[in-house]
Design a protein around this ligand. Structure first.
Ligand code: BES
Ligand code: MN
Ligand code: ZN
Length: 479
């Protein structure tokens, strides 16, 4: 496997010919390479989308198929498979020659390559060996548009991989204090400002939700605040909030055995926000963006919070806890209320692995979107369409808000009636944002990680869903 992918030239490069189903050789390939036409006569090569034949002479043949087959996902998958094929054929340098590829498609290929390159081998021990990554793959984009789009695609993959790396880190390593120091390290590398609101400050700020959820753990909860403040900013102030539960046992409303495994991915909202900040900083987007990670570990102990507790959150709203497994909304609520009271946001988006219900409803095909502001929802939906990180709207009405009312406190964290769980989560959160501030809640429980690789370029494991969506949203708001 390649340790690195570099964009540039190299003396012994192979020529990567990307052609459509008609297998027509681009004229400039003729001029530089007389063997191009012969290579394309390779018996096994039909030119259909995703086909790769490495090594008829100094050539790599790549099929792009008919126009209809050329979706962004197909190009990302092609990039991922190309990386594996080049590795297998021991080809470490290619010059891309094509008349068929546009910049967006080139970017998708590079993104797929970058995503496929990511490995999580940090925790391999003496009983299994990681394939030592060696060598550098050099890719030359040919014409300058394609070249630039390759650089963009690789950079984006890097930001997505930041999220995947964070998400994959096991919960015995990634505990709330680790999130704080890791976020600071990443912020320093990206020239972002980062501060951590510790549990003592959180108590002073009246963040009863964050404190309650974290109090069963031997490692206290915290809020991580990361700021991107460009000198010339446009488009207002965007706040991104990420659910960052480093592990979700359910607390006293304990999850049943198989419901707990995989709950290290309950920090994927925070992972998406971290990755997006990485991309936003790298692209120097001219918009002010503040990220808040609401970090806690939901555990069982004699200090843990329990069903029937009544707690007061940052904005004074009291919550009767009916289910300690509905913890995400409690930490998010304090973060949303804090953003509202201190950051004067123009837009707020929260991203969270909030409910199993959204997985039942929408599966791994898209995230659930809640946003009652038509203009802002259109912005989120078009960012989702452009990045292929799909969302689907679910309703959030006053009836849903009323459904969360409590007899003994203001609201319940979960209505015991097993109904509309994803909407209950959104309805709960709506009590902690200002009605006038455009707000979107994105439930990513179904898309944050994958159990079946399918044709996805990220394969099994964390997907990094949300990095592109949030970055694209910030781009569009910057105008
Ligand atoms: N982290 C879970 C949601 C989840 C479930 C994420 C499956 C990924 C896969 C969340 O904290 C949770 O436990 N939600 C409960 C809420 C319920 C108790 C109101 C759920 O969805 O069952
Ligand atoms: Mn839970
Ligand atoms: Zn959770």
């Amino acid at each position: 496997m390649f340790k690195n992918i570099k964009i540039g030239t190299s003396p012994k490069q192979f020529v990567l010919l990307a052609v459509g189903a008609d297998r027509k050789v681009p004229p400039h390939a003729y001029r530089s390479n007389s063997g191009a036409k012969d290579a394309l006569k390779h018996a096994l090569f039909t030119g259909s989308m995703g086909e790769i034949v490495a090594g008829p002479g100094q050539f790599v043949l790549v099929g792009l198929g008919k126009k209809e087959a050329r979706t962004p996902l197909a190009f990302r998958t092609l990039g991922a498979r190309l990386l594996a094929a080049l590795d297998k054929a021991k080809i470490d340098s290619v010059l891309i020659v094509s008349d068929e590829l546009n910049a967006a498609q080139g970017q998708s290929i590079a993104e797929g390559m970058g995503l496929a390159q990511w490995r999580f081998d940090d925790h391999r021990g003496t009983a299994s060996r990681a394939k030592e990554p060696k060598g550098v793959l050099t890719v030359e984009g040919g014409d300058s548009d394609l070249h630039k789009s390759f650089i963009r695609g690789l950079a984006l993959a890097q930001s997505i991989n930041v999220a995947r790396q964070f998400a994959a880190t096991p919960p015995n390593v990634c505990r709330p204090n680790w999130v704080g120091s890791e976020a600071k390290r990443m912020a320093r590398q990206s020239s972002l400002r980062c501060r951590v609101i510790d549990v003592a400050q959180a108590k002073k700020l009246g963040m009863g939700g964050l404190v309650a959820v974290g109090q069963g753990s031997s490692v206290p909860p915290c809020l991580v605040v990361i700021e991107h403040r460009p000198t010339r900013a446009r488009g207002g102030h965007l706040v991104l909030v990420g659910k960052t539960i480093t592990y979700d046992t359910g607390g006293y409303s304990l999850k049943v055995n198989n419901g707990m495994v995989g709950m290290k991915y309950d920090k994927c909202g925070g992972a998406a926000v971290l990755g997006a900040m990485h991309a936003i900083a790298a692209q120097k987007l001219p918009i002010r963006v503040t990220a808040i990670l609401a970090v806690a570990e939901n555990m069982v102990s004699d200090d843990a919070y329990r069903p029937d507790d009544i707690i007061t959150l940052h904005n004074g709203v009291t919550v009767e806890v009916t289910n300690t497994d509905a913890e995400g909304r409690l930490v998010l609520a304090d973060a949303l209320a804090y953003a509202t009271s201190t950051l004067k946001p123009d837009y707020i988006v929260d991203v969270a692995t909030l409910t199993g219900g959204v997985v039942v409803a929408l599966g791994a095909f898209c995230a659930g979107l809640f946003c009652e502001n038509d203009g802002f929802r259109a912005s989120v939906e078009s960012a989702a369409a452009r990045t292929d990180e799909r969302v689907w709207r679910l309703p959030l009405w006053s009836e849903h808000r009323d459904f969360m009312r409590s007899r003994h406190a203001d609201i319940l964290n979960s209505n015991p009636a097993r109904q509309a769980y994803p909407i209950q989560g959104a309805a709960f959160l709506s009590y902690f944002v200002d009605e006038k501030t455009p707000w979107a809640h994105i439930d990513i429980a179904g898309v944050a990680s994958k159990e079946n690789a399918g044709s996805s370029p990220t394969g099994v494991g964390p997907t990094g869903y949300g990095v592109k969506l949030l970055t694209e949203l910030a781009t569009s708001l910057a105008g």
